[in-house]
Design a protein around this ligand. Structure first.
Ligand code: ATP
Ligand code: MG
Length: 442
C-alpha cells in the first residue's frame, strides 16, 4: 500500500473530521507531490462535510471560497483549505462551471479534476484512492486528462495552459490524446483571462523545463497568446555569431539565467525585436540593427497585454533595451553603463549578458569572456569605492543650488546632470566645493 507521510496538522484535521463521522482526505497536488517526493506547496483536504459543518468543528476558520465549498481551517499561523466534495455543473462559458453542486461521492469529486496525477486522494486508514490511473501516470511521467480530453478542454480551456505548465514543472510528457485535444482546443484560450494565462505561463517559464515553450508553439498555444514567439522560432540568423534561430537561441538564454521572474522574462524577450529588424547584406549575412530598442517596445506591449505589474514590466523592458550595449571595459564606461542600466538592475543585466553570449556560436567567445570578466571586476571595484553613479549620490542637491543663488526651475536639472556627467568620468570631483565652484556662477 502506498503510504504518505502527512504533516501533523493535516492528520489532525482528518482526525477531527473522521471523529465527527465525516470522510476526509488529502487531495490533488499535495498527494501528487508527496508520491513524487517533492515538497507540496499546500495541503488541500476534501470532505463530505458541508462548509457549515467544517466551520463548527474548528475554532478558527476563514470563508475563503465558501460559495465553492471551501473553508480555510487555521491551525496556528498555517491555513488548510477544506473543500466539500463537489461536482461541477455545465461550463457554458468554457471557463467556469455554471454552478457548483455538493455531492456525497468522493468519486464524483475526483472526476471533475483536470489530470489523473491531480485526481488522487489519500487518508492513512484507507490508503490511496486512485480511480483514474494517476499513480501509473506518475510512473510513466505522463500528463493525461481525467476522462475525455476534448470534453475537459471544452469545459475549461485554462486546463490547456495547466497541462503544459505541469509538464514543465515535473518534466512529464503529454499523453498523445491529451496533446491532440490541446491542439484542437488551443483557440479557446481566447476566452480565458490574460491574468490566469499569465500565472501559468510564468510558472512554466520558472520551471526546470522552459523548453516546453516549444510545445506551446507546436500545439498552437502561442499562436493564440504570444504569436511573436512563433515568429522568433521561424527567424534564422545567418551570422558567424549565431548557430541557432532567434527562438532556439532565446530558449538557451532562458535556460541559462536563474529562475527569477524578471530575468526569465527578459531572457524570453531580449531578442523579440529581431524578426522585425532583420536585414541581409550582399554577402548573405543577416543583421538585426536596432533590435534592442524595437524589442523593448514589443516586450512592453506583450507584458502589458499579459497584465504584468508595472515594476516587472519596467525592469524587463529596461533589460531588453540594454542587453546588447557595446562599450569597452574601462572604469568610466562601466560607471556610465551602471547609470544607464540602473544600479539595482545591474546584477541581473550581467547575468543576462553572460547567458546571451554563451548561447551564441562560440565565435569570438574568448574575447567576450575576457571583456566580460573585466567588466565584472570593475563593477566590484566601483561598488567597493562607493563611486557616485546617479543623481542621488551626487554631493550637490537641488537645495544646494538654491542656497548658491540659483532660481528654482528646469535649469537646475540641467546643471545637476552636467555635474553628474563630470563625476561619472572623475569620481574625485564629487564634492560640493568643486562642483559648485565649477558649475554655478556666483
Ligand atoms: P500547485 O502545486 O501548482 O498548487 P496543484 O495541483 O495543487 O498544483 P491547484 O491549482 O492548487 O494545483 O489546484 C488544486 C487541485 O484542484 C488540482 O490538483 C486539481 O485536482 C484541481 N484543479 C485545479 N484547477 C483545476 C481546473 N482548472 N480544472 C480541474 N481541476 C482543477
Ligand atoms: Mg495547490
Amino acid at each position: 500500500m502506498q503510504t504518505i507521510l502527512l504533516p501533523e496538522k493535516v492528520s489532525r484535521i482528518l482526525e477531527v473530521l473522521a471523529g465527527a463521522g465525516y470522510e476526509a482526505y488529502a487531495v490533488g497536488g499535495c498527494v501528487r507531490d508527496a508520491i513524487l517526493g517533492r515538497v507540496p506547496g499546500d495541503w488541500d483536504i476534501t470532505t463530505n462535510a458541508l462548509p457549515e459543518e467544517v466551520k463548527r468543528l474548528f475554532r478558527r476558520t476563514v470563508d475563503t471560497g465558501i460559495q465553492h465549498g471551501t473553508v480555510t481551517v487555521m491551525l496556528g499561523a498555517e491555513g488548510f483549505e477544506v473543500t466539500t466534495y463537489r461536482q461541477d455543473g455545465d461550463y457554458s462559458d468554457h471557463r467556469h462551471p455554471d454552478g457548483v453542486v455538493f455531492t456525497t461521492s468522493l468519486a464524483e469529486d475526483l472526476k471533475r479534476r483536470d489530470f489523473t496525477i491531480n485526481a488522487m486522494a489519500y487518508r492513512p486508514d484507507t490508503g490511496l484512492v486512485d480511480l483514474f490511473g494517476g499513480q501509473e501516470d506518475l510512473g510513466r511521467k505522463v500528463i493525461r486528462c481525467v476522462g475525455d480530453p476534448r470534453e475537459r478542454f471544452d469545459e475549461d480551456a485554462l486546463r490547456i495552459m495547466r497541462a503544459l505548465r505541469f509538464s514543465a514543472q515535473l518534466g512529464f510528457k503529454l499523453d498523445p490524446k491529451t496533446r491532440e485535444a490541446i491542439r484542437e482546443f488551443a483557440p479557446r484560450l481566447q476566452l480565458i483571462s490574460k491574468e490566469r494565462i499569465r500565472v501559468e505561463l510564468l510558472k512554466l517559464l520558472m520551471s526546470p523545463h522552459p523548453d516546453r515553450l516549444l510545445d506551446l508553439a507546436e500545439c498552437g498555444i502561442t499562436a493564440e497568446i504570444f504569436p511573436l514567439w512563433d515568429t522568433m522560432l521561424a527567424t534564422s540568423q545567418n551570422s558567424p555569431f549565431h548557430r541557432y534561430s532567434v527562438g532556439m537561441h532565446t530558449l538557451k538564454v532562458v535556460e541559462g539565467v536563474p529562475a527569477d521572474p524578471v530575468l526569465r522574462l527578459a531572457a524570453l524577450l531580449h531578442d523579440c525585436g529581431k524578426p522585425a529588424c532583420k536585414s541581409t547584406d550582399l554577402g548573405g549575412r543577416e543583421h538585426f540593427y536596432g533590435h534592442a530598442e524595437a524589442g523593448a517596445k514589443l516586450a512592453e506591449a506583450f507584458l502589458r497585454d499579459m497584465r504584468f505589474d508595472n515594476k516587472t514590466i519596467a525592469d524587463v523592458v529596461q533589460l531588453v533595451r540594454v542587453h546588447d550595449d557595446h562599450y569597452s571595459a574601462t572604469k568610466e564606461n562601466v560607471r556610465r553603463e551602471m547609470n544607464h542600466v540602473g544600479e539595482d538592475l545591474f546584477p541581473s543585466y550581467l547575468k543576462l549578458v553572460l547567458a546571451d553570449n554563451l548561447a551564441k556560436s562560440g565565435y569570438a567567445l574568448d574575447e567576450f569572456m575576457t571583456r566580460y570578466q573585466r567588466v565584472c571586476k570593475i563593477y566590484e571595484e566601483i561598488l567597493a569605492a562607493g563611486d557616485c553613479i546617479t543623481l542621488k549620490d551626487l554631493a550637490v542637491k537641488g537645495s544646494d543650488l538654491i542656497a548658491a543663488g540659483m532660481k528654482p526651475g528646469p535649469e537646475m536639472g540641467t546643471v545637476l546632470n552636467r555635474m553628474l556627467e563630470d563625476v561619472l568620468g572623475n569620481p574625485e570631483h564629487n564634492s560640493k566645493s568643486y562642483l559648485l565652484g565649477r558649475y554655478v556662477r556666483r
